[in-house]
Design a protein. Sequence first.
Length: 116
Amino acid sequence: MKDTDPEDLTDVVRVAADGHAVISPALTRRLVATFAPEAPAKQAAKALVAELTEREIDVLTCLAEGLSNAQTGARLFLSETTVKGYVSRPLGKLGCANRTQAALLAYDADLVSGRF
């Protein structure tokens, strides 16, 4: 790609010289989005999230964005204690043992987007 960093370009040339195929991450994402069917994990995550209330989805989205209970409360105009309740309910409904698992599920369900 034209905007490739010179150091990365050097690494890519070495990889290609070793006989390996090289494809840019941007192109890989486009190919997968275009030709790969939606993964079963995404379908399952979306089905699980569909069972949540609108407020639980709001809290799960904040959790997936990495917000603390206090930050979530401020965004959603809830007390921190109320947020704690809203965090625990989706964890149980989704079968998640912790906030990290719930956040990953939220990404799979396309509640939030971005990179890790």
